[in-house]
Design a protein around this ligand. Structure first.
Ligand SMILES: Cc1cc2nc3c(=O)[nH]c(=O)nc-3n(C[C@H](O)[C@H](O)[C@H](O)COP(=O)(O)OP(=O)(O)OC[C@H]3O[C@@H](n4cnc5c(N)ncnc54)[C@H](O)[C@@H]3O)c2cc1C
Length: 309
């Protein structure tokens, strides 16, 4: 295993933003994991797991610690299940299962990132969530070196949440996912329609990290805001009734609001984009501005979906 010093992290993220990590290691097997753990203990440095970098904002000063990138990259297909490594690109898993006429992951067509990142955040869209497919997850406690198989119940999934998100010392190593026989042509069409939707509605022409804020549970807002959202027909089930944060941001006329090189996307106002060589601080300032404006207008506190390191 090669351990790099002062590796700049920006190119490893979809935002293309972020300073260096004290150490960076790509781990390919359990021996590598052990070595990284020992290095962390010897240097007294914290560890951070980086998947596809599609849900993180890394600060300009970087990370005083060890960034490890799981390179457990495999897809094994069995009768009614698929075994996948945590470092596998989720789009590859979707494409392979759909190509074999296996149903269950087609909602994730075009979803960026890795299997590990998707499980940790219970990624979801178009009415699907990764939790619906999980049969079991193997993870490693990076503090003790203990490996454990988690049942779906133990994963404790909820909206963009899981046991692993609440307990970041656990690194997802691999997972078994449900995949049942379906109609290949229909699945392919379904997957392609999601990819096409993303191309049309997401600002993929600029570096970004997806939705900046979680959508807002309808049950948590005032009657006035609820009524406005219902009148405008924007309430979605995701997986419970929510008001899209994009709607609230748009109602504050924040589309194309710029701070430094960062901007609120015109195409999808819940996406903060790296429009012109933005720094992490530009994005953080924009996030703070958007939160403050939405709070003043609607008394809603937007909660970040992206992880800020
Ligand atoms: C254009 C675009 C569209 C998006 N659309 C959606 C969407 O529709 N729905 C959705 O839910 N998300 C969406 N996202 C966000 C993102 O793609 C997902 O959250 C994705 O699952 C993150 O995976 P990742 O591997 O990139 O994680 P990273 O960004 O690398 O990491 C995110 C977090 O997960 C942790 N992590 C990563 N790997 C592991 C592991 N093996 N074990 C434990 N923890 C780990 C990291 O430490 C970090 O805290 C979108 C992002 C972009 C850029």
């Amino acid at each position: 295993m090669i351990v790099e010093e002062k590796r700049v992290l920006a190119p490893l993220t979809t935002f293309k933003i972020g300073g260096p990590a004290t150490f960076f290691a790509q781990v390919k097997n359990f021996t590598d994991l052990e070595e990284v753990q020992k290095l962390g203990k010897a240097q007294g440095l914290p560890l951070f797991v980086l998947g596809g970098g599609s849900n993180v904002l890394i600060r300009d000063g970087g990370f005083q610690g060890i960034v490890l990138k799981p390179d457990f990259d495999f897809i094994e297909v069995y009768d009614n299940e698929v075994h996948v490594g945590a470092g596998t690109i989720i789009a590859h898993v979707v494409f392979q299962t759909v190509s074999l006429g296996l149903m269950g992951l087609e909602w994730a067509g075009g979803l960026p990132g890795t299997v590990g990142g998707a499980i940790r955040g219970n990624a979801g869209c178009f009415g699907g969530e990764i939790k619906d497919s999980v049969l079991s997850v193997e993870a490693c406690d990076m503090q003790t070196g203990q490996f454990k198989n988690f049942t779906p119940e133990e994963c404790n999934f909820s909206y963009r949440m899981s046991f692993f998100k609440k307990n970041p010392q656990w690194l997802v190593v691999q997972a078994k996912l449900r995949a049942t026989k379906g109609n290949k042509d229909e699945l392919m069409e379904n997957m392609q329609s999601h990819i096409a939707f993303r191309k049309e509605h997401h600002p993929l022409e600029y570096p970004n990290a997806g939705s900046t804020f979680k959508n807002v549970p309808l049950a948590s807002v005032s009657e006035k805001v609820k009524q406005l959202a219902q009148e405008q027909g924007v309430v979605k089930t995701d997986p419970f009734p929510v008001i899209p944060s994009a709607f609230l941001i748009d109602q504050c006329n924040l589309k194309d609001k710029e701070i430094g090189g960062a901007a609120v996307s015109v195409k999808h106002p819940n996406f903060m984009i790296n429009k012109n060589h933005a720094t992490a601080q530009d994005i953080l300032d924009l996030i703070a501005y958007v939160k403050d404006t939405v709070h003043k207008k609607f008394e809603v506190i937007l909660e970040e979906e992206i992880f800020i390191l």
